[in-house]
Ligand binder design. Sequence first.
Ligand SMILES: [Zn+2]
Length: 251
Amino acid sequence: MQIAHQNWPAVEQYLNSRSVLLIPIGSTEQHGPNGLIGTDHLVAESLARSVGEEMGILVAPTLAYGMSHHHLAFPGSASLSPETLIRVIRDVVTSFARNGFSRFFFINGHGGNVSSIQAAFSDILLDHPSLRLQLASWWLMPEVTDQEKIFFGTENGHHATCGEVAVTWHLYPEDETPIPPGVAPDPETEWPVGPERYRTLFPDGRMGSNPSLSSGEKGKVLFEIARKALVDRIRKFLSRDGADVRKGAGE
Ligand SMILES: [Zn+2]
């Protein structure tokens, strides 16, 4: 149910009975010496596609760049400023709202996006009061963190986590790259930090993680838990006020 693989009459037909759109959002940033640069958008995208398929909901093209300033001292990272990200989200949502979508559920893969997504939502809702917007960051859902504790204990870390590395290995087994055991440094610091200071404090890019504990099998379990939790959140989101019924094209 990807919008990119529909034609416009098919989207128009969808909008005759439904108004909800899933929007995956992530980042393009380093994930430690063995994690994929696309981790955050690849995982969000796979979750959105899987959930969209199960629930019969259209999925928008992934927003693959996010607010990643602190990772810019590592090659392969690219970042949008918070103001750009807010504007991108606003323009994408209001465009789809003009078509008739009115319920937007963002599946997020990157912590650095959260404050900009929330700022964008507040901004959009000021001018478009009938829209409903919700954000779910997959790795923050308690169902996922509980399982990560079981798998990785205190060594999951805060960036390039065992959990996210494991999920990418489940999705892209050909990209699995082993790493010697060892927990990355996780010094107490003010936050956010700039890119150079980040690289000084976290020299290989990881924050407190030990992805030698990751495996594709664990990733499969975590992906499945995240998928189910998202289905639950989306059902609740859509059941709140008869939400998934079209209410006129945009406003
Ligand atoms: Zn990540």
